[in-house]
Design a protein around this ligand. Structure first.
Ligand SMILES: [Cu+2]
Length: 181
């Protein structure tokens, strides 16, 4: 009677349930740890002034000798009035320009936005690779992945928002994973 050597359907189902519970509790623990890590990192990843909140400022690492680097963030305007990003600074850069990247006649070009970047009331603007970005110019040295670069984003109405750009690897398309320090 070989059937006696095999676990019954009930036993197998019970084992499966145990496995699921195990997985569930592990996932819950991981989610909780993740939430804690995010909470601990919050000051570095979201800064605000007035109605403006700057989320996840980051920059891209540079190869040796590079004189420019890209800076990115999401700007959220929680207010009822439109605002405008008018300038920015970064400790490692001589100056920072606000740029737009666009495809003109099939060629990817970028140009400075002399009037700054509008942030609509109750809306948000993403500075990201291939789009709007901060151009850190006249770098004093290379940006290395994992570095944090102090800087500011200055808005017409909200004023100055202090930020810390977290440096992601060369060529990164998005901020690096947030790892607890
Ligand atoms: Cu640029």
């Amino acid at each position: 009677m070989t059937t006696f050597l095999r676990p019954s359907a009930a036993v197998r189902a019970a084992r499966l349930r145990t496995l699921f519970h195990d997985l569930e509790s592990r996932l819950a623990v991981a989610a909780f740890a993740g939430a804690l890590a995010l909470f601990a990192l919050q000051p570095a990843f979201s800064q605000e002034a007035g109605a403006i909140r700057v989320e996840q400022p980051w920059a891209r690492a540079t190869p040796p000798g590079a004189k420019v680097a890209g800076g990115f963030a999401v700007v959220v305007n929680g207010g009822a009035a439109a605002d405008r990003l008018v300038s920015a600074t970064a400790a490692i850069a001589g100056r920072v320009e606000i740029h737009e990247m666009a495809v003109t006649n099939g060629v990817m070009t970028m140009r400075p936005l002399p009037d700054g970047l509008p942030v609509p009331a109750g809306g948000e603007v993403a500075l990201k690779p291939g789009s709007y970005h901060l151009m850190m110019m006249d770098l004093a040295g290379p940006l290395k992945a994992g570095d944090r670069v102090a800087g500011t984003l200055v808005f017409e109405k909200a004023g100055t928002v202090p930020v810390e750009f977290v440096v992601a690897p060369i060529g990164a398309k998005a901020p690096a994973e947030h790892t607890p320090q």
